[in-house]
Structures are given as C-alpha cells and as structure tokens.
Design a protein around this ligand. Structure first.
Ligand code: AMP
Ligand code: MG
Length: 367
C-alpha cells in the first residue's frame, strides 16, 4: 500500500507544499477512519496511529501494524469531557477536576470502561484510558471523524516514539494509507497516565503533566514504582505497557549521573576507556558540552545537545529525536546525561531508563 503523506501547517490552515488545505487533510483522514482504516496524525505529545475506537477490526489493525502485544492497551482520544463520559462507566470528581485543569493536554485518565469500548482497545482490562489532545490537527480529525479515536504512539513497537512526521514515515511507509505530517511535536514525550479507577490516584506513566501539577489539584497522588523504572516491579505492572522494553535505539545506552563535575569526569573516563572502533554518541545538556575537553569531544562520533539545563521541557522534548538520530547514524554506544527526577525530569528519566532496558539500571538506581 502506498502511503500518502500530507504536510500541514496548523498555524496557517494551509499545507506546506502540496496545495491541500488543513481541512482537506483532515477530511481525508476522517473518511479513512470512518472506513475502518488506520491513520497517523500529530498530537502535542508524539504522533499517534489512530483508528475508530469503537471498531474492533480497525483497532486490531493498529496492533498488527505496530507489532504491539495484545495486552498493551490503547489510549482513546476525544474532543470533550462529554465524549469521554460516553466511553467510561464512572466519572469521579477527580476526573472532572483533572479534565478541567489539564484538558486539552498531555494527561490520560484510566477509568472503569463502558461496554461499548471493545476489549481489544483495553487489552481485556475493565478500565479504559482516555485523553483529549490539544493539537489542532488531532482535535479537528477526531471531531470530523465523529468517533473516539484509539491511538498508541505511531512507532514500531519497542522503538523510540515518533516526535516528527519523518519518524512515522521511517516506520510505516507503505504500511498505512495516510500520514498527516505537521512537523515536530511540542511536548515530545507521551502523556502522563493517571489511574483514577482505585481509591488513590496513581501515576502509571509520568509524562507531559507533572506529578507536582497533579498533586496541586488532587492533593494525594502516588507514583507506581514501575513508573520510576524499577526493574523488579516490571513483572507485575499495573499498566500493561510498563512491562515491555520501550523507546529503545539499536545502540547500548550508558547513563551518566552525578553532580555536574562528576558527570564531566565520568564522561572523560568513559571516553578514555573507549578504545574500540565502536561508534559513540553523547546526548547531553549544553552546560556539560561546555565543560568537556577537546580531547574528549574528539572521541565522540555524534554529539546531540538537548539544550540548556534552564529549559528542561525543551530538553526532554528532544530525547526521542536524539535516540532516532543515533539509529540513523548506526551508533553503538550512547552516553546519555541524566536529569533530576522532578518536574518533567521524571518523565525524561522514565523513558531513558526503559530505553536502557531491564537489568542495566544499577548506575542510576538512586530512587
Ligand atoms: P502508547 O500510546 O503507546 O504510549 O501507550 C499507551 C499507554 O497507556 C501504555 O503504557 C498502556 O499500558 C497505558 N494504558 C492504556 N490503557 C490502560 C489501562 N486501561 N490501564 C492502564 N494503563 C493503560
Ligand atoms: Mg508507545
């Protein structure tokens, strides 16, 4: 199947190069969704691979195309609180508070599911995950399709999530009928998944909305241990997706942690010891690059600067892009600087630790 790629500029309401308007792209996408097809589209977090959430066969296609394990459920995307209520059995006060405060935006709520939602969407769980995205293309597409849209990240299962249209193209060219390409995603990390189906709200996956922001409006919020990347709890996860190795580039990631000066020294040592012919990348902050010696820098095949420590959200939004470039450049060893696990740093570290994979966490295991 040939994939049509329509470039859109959500700001201008016109496409970037092929003469189609944003409305044309959205209409084409909506028609495909209504026919039970799968469409890749931008959200503010990462690109999604969407299908009509109430169409079991369409959702089965998502799993097949991604190679996603059947017990890893999908997030259902809606355009209003009213629509969210249609797919859940209960809408507790906490859901109303969170939706009013953070929707549209990068927060997914897990609630008891209404039976109209096919079991395939929820991975056979009795709960469903729902979110209202803020990206204008995502909102227009869902509204025009007139159905809730189930969409996981638009990457081959296990690979780093797509934060640009070209990442989706790399993974799914000729596997889906349409990619709506609106350039880079602003948040660049997936949504926060908050479980509201029990007594206490629990963060199953940290993301664009932080623990601190949630605690402010909800009071009590807990974080599932698995969400912090602790390997021992991965066998019995509360969120099915937590047990899989995720976001992984081909190369081996080595985390660099400690205070600023310790990191610079550690990097110097690692690069010193790097006598093999392996291709090495360094993913780090500007401040760290500035402290490295020319000799150390000379040993790096690929340097990816995430940005300044002063702007952690921007830095976090570039992580997946960095991991994807490492793959394009056939990098074998990726030295990656850590971030403090607060604010957006919690989500950043969760992704980085999962990309490292199980059993390789000891160096940074300090939580
Ligand atoms: P993705 O869209 O690929 O980023 O993955 C969606 C994430 O939401 C996965 O980690 C799922 O495990 C999680 N999720 C979706 N539905 C549920 C649910 N009903 N209960 C718990 N976690 C869920
Ligand atoms: Mg994903």
């Amino acid at each position: 199947m040939e994939t049509k790629r329509i470039y859109v500029d959500p700001e201008n309401k016109t496409s970037l190069c092929d003469g189609n308007s944003l409305e044309d792209a959205v209409r084409e996408g909506a028609e495909l969704l209504c026919q039970g097809e799968v469409v890749a589209f931008p959200t503010e977090t990462v690109y999604g691979l969407g299908a009509d959430a109430l169409n079991e066969r369409a959702c089965a296609r998502i799993f097949a195309i991604k190679g996603r394990p059947a017990d890893n459920p999908l997030i259902v995307h809606v355009t209003s609180i009213r629509e969210a209520k249609k797919i859940v059995k209960e809408w507790p006060d906490e859901a109303e508070i969170c939706a009013r405060e953070f929707w549209p935006g990068p927060l997914t709520l897990v609630l008891p599911k209404n039976k109209i939602v096919p079991d395939i969407v929820s991975g056979n769980l009795q709960t469903v995950a729902v979110r209202m995205p803020s990206h204008p293309v995502a909102l227009a597409l869902i509204a025009m399709a007139g159905c809730p849209v189930a969409a996981p990240s638009a990457n081959i299962s296990g690979k780093p999530s797509p934060t640009e249209g070209k990442h989706v193209w790399q993974d799914f060219q000729d596997k889906i009928p349409l990619l709506i390409d609106a350039g880079k995603c602003i948040v660049g990390l997936e949504s926060t998944v908050l479980d509201l189906s029990g007594e206490i709200p629990i963060i199953l996956r940290p993301g664009g909305v932080t623990l601190e922001q949630l605690a402010k409006v909800l009071g009590r919020v807990e974080i599932d241990k698995g969400a912090k990347g602790k390997s021992e709890v991965l066998s019995q996860p509360r969120s099915p997706g937590m047990k899989y190795r995720h976001y992984a580039p081909k190369g081996e990631i080595q985390l660099i942690s400690g205070q600023s000066q310790e990191k610079v020294e550690e990097l110097g040592r690692r690069l010193e010891g790097e006598k093999s012919n392996k291709r090495v990348a360094l993913i780090c902050l500007e401040e760290t690059v500035a402290s490295l010696t020319a000799e150390a820098l000379g040993k790096i095949d690929l340097l990816f600067t995430l940005g300044t420590r002063e702007k952690p959200r921007e830095a976090a939004s570039r992580l997946f892009e960095a991991l994807r470039i490492c793959d394009e450049e056939d990098i074998e060893i990726i030295l990656a600087e850590d971030m403090p696990e607060e604010g957006i740093g919690l989500a950043f570290m969760n992704r980085l630790k999962k990309a490292v994979g199980k059993g390789n966490l000891k160096k940074t295991e300090k939580i």
